[in-house]
Design a protein around this ligand. Structure first.
Ligand code: DQA
Length: 157
């Protein structure tokens, strides 16, 4: 029987998310970026998807990852662009430009925080946005993305 090609999603984390675990634990919890990436890989696998996880503190590198996702035919993107969510027209334009189904995630409830976090350029480019679920937001985002791109839950049998 022909082997089906594994579909890839990109999970992109932006500036300062490499500090998860030690960064403002009252706001972001104690889980590390490695914990987040494992959660994403495991969740994606439940839908027959491979999560390719990247983190960068540089706006342009995040734009490059989005372009690369397009070049590689990636099926979907989950992005937590950190503070760039609130400032980056370049990230907005990259997501709109590649037309890859994208979900925005924030660990914290940005609407319960400072007003400068209430606007997101990446949310405008994404088909959905989640915030306030802690790192479980990544699991929820991948679950919603899988439904959107019609990736089916894998039976464990
Ligand atoms: C964040 C929220 C942003 O406002 C902040 O700049 C971050 C993290 C979150 O996951 O809650 O870096 O994206």
């Amino acid at each position: 029987m022909a082997k089906t090609v594994e579909r890839i999603i990109y999970v992109l984390n932006g500036p300062n998310l490499n500090l998860l675990g030690t960064r403002e634990p009252a706001t972001y919890g104690h889980a590390t970026l490695a914990d987040v990436e494992k959660l994403c890989v495991d969740t994606a696998a439940q839908f027959g998807l491979k999560a390719d996880c990247r983190q960068s503190n540089r706006e342009g590198e995040l734009v490059d990852f989005i372009h690369e996702a397009h070049a590689k035919g990636v099926a979907g993107i989950v992005i937590n662009a950190g503070a760039y969510s609130h400032t980056s027209i370049a990230l907005h334009d990259a997501i709109v430009g590649v037309q890859i189904p994208t979900v925005e995630v924030h660990i914290s409830n940005v609407y319960a925080r400072e007003s400068f976090r209430h606007h997101s350029f990446t949310a405008r480019a994404a088909f959905a946005s989640l915030c306030g679920f802690g790192i479980d937001g990544y699991r929820l985002a991948i679950t919603g993305l899988a439904a959107r791109i019609k990736a089916n839950a894998q039976s464990k049998a």
